[in-house]
Design a protein around this ligand. Structure first.
Ligand code: KG4
Ligand code: ZN
Length: 343
């Protein structure tokens, strides 16, 4: 008998995604429709535009996912959907579709936390148990540290008090005249720059708290690139070399902060495994710097790039919830902010 199948939907931010996954975590199909081109001119995601694009994209994406997996709706045993956190209008599009499908097909509905799904992508990629672990999710909307006791028990132990790491990448890229999304653009140009050209601030680096702050570094980059407000001295010309040096120094500072906080959390919670997810975990320099932790004996798991950025395949975590009997009622609602999940 073939393994039962689950359909997962994701629409929490600016990617509309659907995936079909079997109970052995094989991803039969994973389709992602990006809206980058719609938001590019604004330098960030515009919620209203995102919701409308989800409405347009969802059914074609769903059809494509079923077709690529070579299955029909009637083959599905459960519907999973990311219900938190995210943009409220965007989340609602996915949830409404998921509820409708669950009701019509008379199969269980499973509410998935998008951030926890990012961490579960490490379990999928590893093909073996990775929990208990410390988890770090660094995306455009979140910079969160978790103590992951198991695949379904996550405790939030630290987060950003202002900008998310990815947001800092995006804002710094805009300041430097680079395209959106900023992370890949900064990584590309940083490859030609000097990471020690500027000593940007590393907030909370020596602090005991497991939180992050990226507004100070963003301001420092602004002053370096555009000059101090009120200064009579014009800033040095922002030529290609200076842009590359600023990008490389910024990227190095962010990598320093992220690695340091992971190390602190691993020590405090006495964990030997580290799971990383979210768009910023795709950053090449950050990935290199994680070798420091590997040398210290930490089992470092990074989701592959296609599972780091937003997708529905990481909704495979729903199989863990399915097995634990954690189903959602049809009146379940979206939760835009990050709170502990009520199931
Ligand atoms: O997880 P994600 O795809 O979407 C959510 O925010 O949920 O993350 C997107 C973020 C953006 O801020 C983008 O600039 C950043 O991840 N990003 C990167 C890289 N690729 C994407 N940041 C640094 N280096 C990268 N290579
Ligand atoms: Zn995400």
């Amino acid at each position: 008998m073939p393994a039962p199948l689950l359909l997962a939907l994701e629409s929490s931010c600016d990617e509309t995604a659907a995936a079909v996954i079997d109970a052995d975590l094989n991803v039969l199909s994973s389709v992602v429709a990006s809206q980058d081109d719609l938001h590019q001119q604004f330098g960030g995601v515009v919620p209203e535009i995102a919701s409308r694009a989800h409405v347009r994209n969802l059914l074609p994406v769903l059809d494509a996912a079923l077709e690529r997996a070579n299955v029909s709706l009637l083959d599905l045993s459960a519907i999973a959907v990311m219900t938190q956190p995210g943009l409220v209008g965007s989340l609602l599009v996915g949830l409404t579709a998921a509820k409708t499908l669950a009701m019509v097909l008379d199969v269980p509905l499973i509410a998935v936390n998008h951030i926890e799904a990012h961490l579960y992508a490490c379990r999928m990629a590893a093909g073996r148990e990775v929990f208990p672990a410390i988890g770090l999710v660094v995306s455009g909307g979140h910079t969160n540290l978790y103590d992951c006791q198991s695949a379904i028990e996550f405790e939030l132990i630290g987060s950003t008090i202002d900008d998310a790491a990815g947001e800092a990448f995006d804002k710094v890229a805009t300041l430097l005249g680079l395209e959106y999304p900023g992370g890949p653009a900064i990584q590309r140009i940083a490859a030609t720059g000097n990471p020690r050209a500027f000593d940007f601030p590393r907030s909370f680096l020596k602090d005991d708290r497991l939180d992050f702050s990226f507004s100070g570094i963003k301001t420092a980059v602004r002053y370096t690139a555009l000059g101090q407000p009120g200064s009579k001295q014009p800033p040095p010309q922002l030529d290609a070399r200076r842009v590359a040096d600023i990008a490389a120094s910024f990227q190095e500072a962010v990598a320093d902060i992220l690695v340091a906080k992971c190390r602190q959390a691993l020590q405090r919670y006495d964990r030997r495994s580290l799971c990383l997810g979210g768009g910023v975990a795709a950053n090449g320099r950050f990935r290199e710097r994680l070798d420091d932790l590997r040398r210290e004996g930490i089992d470092v798991h990074i989701a592959p790039v296609n599972l780091c950025t937003d997708n529905a395949a990481m909704g495979a975590i729903a199989w863990e919830l399915y097995r634990a009997g954690r189903f959602a009622d049809l009146d379940v609602d979206v939760v835009p902010g990050l709170v502990r999940m009520q199931r």
